[in-house]
Design a protein around this ligand. Structure first.
Ligand code: AR6
Length: 170
């Protein structure tokens, strides 16, 4: 399994599954969530509404999937990262769960390529360095398991995150 680092907009990445840093409502928002719904078109929100009718949204640390509309991907995996409250409210385990549940779902979908944004490091305020270490550790732990994934992209949108990931992947 290859791990690749990109400084890019995740909506431009061609792969089987791109991961969205969504919120519990699954009804869209700003940041990467806004970009995915805007570029992907209304079909993604329509599918999210069906999921909400079925299960009432998505819990923090969990993941659900939809099609990817007009994006150059097959699926969008929507996961909900934790809001940073200082670190004593289970944030690390919840963030780890976002990455793991997304990987498990990608495997169920038979995906060979998946692209992750830096979940929770925008408006949810998770410290970027700690978040990067959790992201990488969770992916590396998953590597040893039986799965369909061949390439994992970490897609950084801001240079600060990119410079945090670069030495960790060197
Ligand atoms: N491609 C890749 N990464 C991006 C993009 C993009 N187009 N745009 C922003 N980022 P955030 P969160 C990076 O705030 O902290 C939404 O309103 C950004 O630089 O998008 O998990 C949801 O609806 C940052 O590193 O997500 C939720 O309410 C990372 O994506 C809430 O924000 C995550 O920033 C979730 O907050």
């Amino acid at each position: 399994m290859k791990i690749q680092l990109l400084l890019s907009d995740i909506t431009t990445v061609t792969c089987d599954a791109i991961v969205n840093a969504a919120n519990n409502s699954l009804m869209g928002g700003g940041g990467v969530d806004g970009a995915i719904h805007f570029k992907g078109g209304p079909a993604i929100l329509e599918e999210c509404k069906i999921i909400v009718q079925r299960q009432g949204g998505c819990a923090t640390g969990q993941a659900v999937y939809t099609g990817a509309g007009k994006l150059p991907a097959k699926y969008v995996i929507h996961t909900v990262g934790p809001v940073w409250h200082g670190g004593n409210q289970n944030e690390a385990a919840l963030l780890q769960s976002c990455y793991r549940q997304s990987l498990l779902l990608a495997n169920e979908l038979g995906a060979t390529t998946i692209a992750f944004p830096n979940i929770s490091t925008g408006v949810y305020n998770y410290p970027k360095s700690q978040a990067a270490q959790i992201a990488l550790q969770t992916v590396r732990n998953f590597e040893a398991e039986n799965h369909t994934l061949e390439t994992i992209f970490f897609v950084c949108y801001d240079v600060e995150n990119y410079e945090i990931y670069r030495p960790l992947l060197a």
